[in-house]
Design a protein around this ligand. Structure first.
Ligand code: PMP
Length: 307
């Protein structure tokens, strides 16, 4: 269950957690026309730092552009509001959920007449795929649900309604006894997990699906690609099919909520040794140190709440 904090930012004002409400006839609730982000703030020696906040808010505004929503706040104002929300809640380490959504007033499938609202909430949130996942890895299945397609609901956007696709796959995987689902593009290439990007390791190659196969352009994905290249691995974006996962030396998920999680089994086949592999471990350790502000090389990723 969610652990409440004190205040939520709603279109320019701080509201008590329990009073942060919308009307039941809010159109976003009915049709899913909203865009959001998932961001993490980490405790560092120099105080709380939001990981790649500016990049996350830039993606939020790209999503809003795709869904023709123009908030009355600039990205810079939302970056500042995010830091203020963390500060007023006096929390060092948290998950951050900004959402751009429609306001009350109109109903129907044309969102254009509706006002556009912005909210930001923060709360403590542990390991998304469970405390054990990072240590022991997770079991994944290839889902029969296909990933969103650019001409259906565009995966370039992180939109509320698009997560019906992720949730259908997640429910099927959990009911079948797996930890997570991996979705393929309509033409059968691996796209991503339900809330994570996918990587495989083959020798010195670190491989991840092309964005044209439908994964979200993950910020953790981009960070891991940079870290892997800095560690001397050959980083490749290419088409991947399900058997590439079965036959990889290692595989792992990346995402803000999940962080880096080894995939030790796909469709009941062990990946590599069936245990989290050394390359995954190496990248995971560096990622953790980077989020905690311990690495000068990646210092620009730590956006401090108090300057
Ligand atoms: N794919 C999907 C479908 C997601 O929802 C997420 C989480 N935002 C990711 C990948 C990972 O993206 P990020 O690393 O930016 O959190």
């Amino acid at each position: 269950p969610i652990t409440p904090t004190s205040k939520i930012w709603m279109s320019g004002e701080f509201v008590d957690w329990d009073d942060a409400r919308i009307h039941v006839l809010n159109p976003t609730l009915h049709y899913g026309w909203g865009v959001f982000e998932g961001i993490r703030c980490y405790e560092t020696a120099q105080g709380p730092a939001v990981f790649r906040l500016t990049d996350h808010i830039a993606r939020l505004y790209r999503s809003a552009k795709i869904y023709v929503m123009e908030p009355s706040f600039t990205p810079e104002q939302v970056v500042a509001a995010t830091k203020e929300t963390i500060a007023v809640n006096d929390i060092a380490s948290c998950y951050i959920r900004p959402l751009i959504h429609l306001g009350y007033g109109e109903m129907g499938l044309n969102p254009l007449p509706s006002p556009v609202e912005v909210m930001i909430a923060v709360w403590p949130w542990g390991a998304y795929l469970g405390e054990e996942a990072e240590e022991n890895g997770v079991r994944a299945m290839i889902s029969s649900w296909k990933r969103n397609d650019p001409n259906i609901t565009p995966p370039a956007a992180k939109a509320s309604g698009q997560y019906l696709n992720s949730s259908l796959a997640k429910v099927a995987a959990v009911k079948a006894g797996y930890d997570e689902a991996i979705l393929t593009s309509p033409n059968g290439h691996i796209a991503d997990g339900t809330g994570e990007n996918v990587f495989i390791v083959s020798g010195r190659k670190v491989i991840t699906p092309l964005l044209t196969d439908g994964p979200l352009g993950g910020i953790t994905r981009a960070s891991i690609m940079r870290i892997a290249a800095d560690q001397g691995y050959e980083v490749i974006e290419q088409h991947i099919v399900r058997t590439d996962l079965y036959l990889a030396d290692e595989a792992f998920f990346t995402g803000t909520a999940a962080e880096i999680v080894p995939i030790v089994e796909v469709d009941d086949r062990q990946v590599g040794s069936g245990k989290p592999g050394p390359v995954t471990r190496e990248l995971l350790e560096i990622f953790h140190r980077a989020t905690r502000g311990e690495l000068d090389r990646y210092q620009e990723w730590n956006e401090f709440v108090q300057q």
